[in-house]
Design a binder for this molecule. Structure first.
Ligand code: FES
Length: 289
């Protein structure tokens, strides 16, 4: 992994949903080095006593222009400060950080599942998958139509299916309700969102093999043995990969402020071993919060 501290110049900033912003930064080294699932950490120093250190998923990366985008919700003074930046202003970004999604080369059909701001975690994977000639269905859940990510900001080639808690747009209910319809179609699934959503998806994924009565990608390849848990090869064979949204301190593996528990009992740092994990690597009990 090549991570760099790069000066990033704001190109465009706009509020795409109430309190949610999309910002484009010119940061060619990060744009060219990032894979879907990775993130950047803002290393901009002191602004009137406020140190800005925040992780953002790389939402899109355009190799031709060297521009990356980030998508965030204003939740405090730090993020509020970002919204006051103007085109031409510079911030320092460290990245790309973390480990990316692992797509099996044989996967033709990718199911992406996002809840709310979790869109930022899977958005870039849609671009990568389309570029690689795969079919993508993106299931998106939000509280209401006011918080539904605009389809105009997504590639035309994907199927975009929306669920809202209050039924104001699309399916009335949780986004996880929509998954069974796609579980036979999908070769792999990739998700980002609230921990309760991810835990529900992990439970659904566990029973999938039995319900479909088919061999998994891993079995076809020799029982899935031999690839250590957490290795790129093991993750490629997993049906479900999740991108964890965790509070971070250092973002480079030193502070242990971001750990989640693995089924093998070894704490995993979201910033280093993640933010992407195979769902089966993690302990999900107690993830309801
Ligand atoms: S944020 Fe410091 S170890 Fe992950």
């Amino acid at each position: 992994m090549t991570m760099r501290l790069a000066a990033a110049e704001l190109v465009e900033s706009r509020e795409i949903l109430p309190g949610q912003w999309l910002q484009a930064y010119h940061a060619p080294t990060i744009a060219s080095g990032s894979r879907a699932g990775q993130f950047v950490h803002v290393r901009t120093g002191d602004f009137s006593g406020m140190v800005l250190r925040r992780p953002f998923s790389v939402n899109t990366a355009d190799l031709a222009t060297g521009v990356i985008t980030i998508h965030f919700r204003v939740i405090g003074r730090g993020t509020e400060w970002f919204t006051r930046l103007r085109a031409g202003d510079e911030i320092d970004l460290l990245g790309p950080l973390g480990r990316p999604f692992e797509v099996d080369p044989r996967s033709r059909h990718l199911l992406l599942v996002a809840g709310g701001l979790g869109m930022a975690g899977v958005r870039m994977l849609a671009d990568e998958a389309i570029r690689d000639g795969r079919q993508v269905t993106l299931l998106f859940g939000a509280a209401s139509s006011r918080e539904v990510y605009p389809s105009s900001l997504l590639p035309d080639e994907i199927e975009y299916v929306v669920a809202t808690d209050d039924g104001s747009l699309g399916h009335h209910g949780f986004v996880t309700d929509l998954v069974p319809e796609y579980e036979a179609w999908a070769d792999q699934a990739f998700a980002c969102g609230p921990s309760a959503m991810l835990a529900a998806l992990a439970r659904q994924a566990e029973g999938r093999r039995g319900r479909l009565g088919v061999a998994s990608l891993g079995r076809k390849r020799g029982g899935g043995r031999g690839d250590p848990a957490g290795s790129p090869a093991a993750r490629r064979k997993a049906f479900l990969q999740v991108s964890m949204e965790q509070n971070m301190g250092c973002a480079v593996g030193a502070c242990l402020g971001c750990v989640v528990m693995s089924t093998s009992g070894v704490p995993q740092r979201v910033c280093r071993e993640g933010p992407v994990f195979a769902a089966e690597e993690l302990v999900w009990e107690g993830a309801w919060s």
